[in-house]
Design a protein around this ligand. Sequence first.
Ligand code: FE2
Ligand code: FE2
Length: 340
Amino acid sequence: MADMQNQSRRQFLTFTGKVGLSAMVAKAVGINLGMVDIVSAQTGKRGVEPFRFAIISDAHLYSMDNHKFDQQLADAVAQVNAMNPLPDFVLFGGDVAQNGTEDQLVKGKKILSELKMPLKVIPGEHDWYLDMGKAWSGLFGPETWSFDHKGVHFIGLNGILVEDFWTPAGMSPLERMTVMEMLESPIPGPWGVHAKQLEWLKKDVKDLAPDVPVVIFTHGPLWDYYPRWNFQTSDAPEIREILSKFAHVMSFHGHVHQTVYNKIGNMTSVGALSTSWPWPYPPVEKPFPASQMNRVDPSIATDGMGTQFIDLKADGYGIYQHNPFEEGVLTEFLAAGLKV
Ligand SMILES: [Fe+2]
Ligand SMILES: [Fe+2]
């Protein structure tokens, strides 16, 4: 009962925050954002049947029993399972594991298996570089995929590929993993999806009509947010070019552990909250909008984490909603409803 009361209070606060942000940002930058714009949205043009999907990202599970990140991922699953309406499916944005070990990945799969709806997963660098994706692929399937759902085309890519730096250096798998775990590691160079996936992407979208809404999912942003921390995807310009024929492309990513938005051409990009820890913002000016999430109460361990959901409307636009764990963290920005 207490949970239900908390939930309804959170929903109320979320709603009030959403309206506040929408009005604030729309006024500040003169763009169409948020719930207020839905009223004027055209409907029925693209034949999309309205539905919701959710995003969970960056669990970073350790090889310890009862680690707090285990519970936080379980909390994310419970939060998604309690959504009304329920999402049709969930996308997981990478970094299930902290060190890429099989036990961490198995634990993540077990916790995520409590979801009431289907799950699609892409890899993060923390999942991959101990065994080059062997355990991850065995548990979660292909790293490159697409599917159509109710008129929307969904694409997932492995965006954490780097050139082989470990063989010339004679590194062990553990040394390779340790290098890839470092945020500012100078050795690996920028991550990308590389030529094979670019060719796959070209073929995947070749026969799609330009008015089909496209959702693309990569671990890192498809723009140069802060390459020094690999807050980028090296071949994002090529991806954006391949998708340039579409009227609307929505790019969702994990890795940054914070809210961040951008829009380049036809592509709106949104970064997901993590379930593990909130990452500090890099020292760059964010393009859109300029505000950033607050940590209202640093004494709350889960402040700045949560899940997110997207409501796809009949016109092919989506309303994006961050869903923080703690109502104490709720600011106007975190509760943003973003039209993408
Ligand atoms: Fe991460
Ligand atoms: Fe990551």
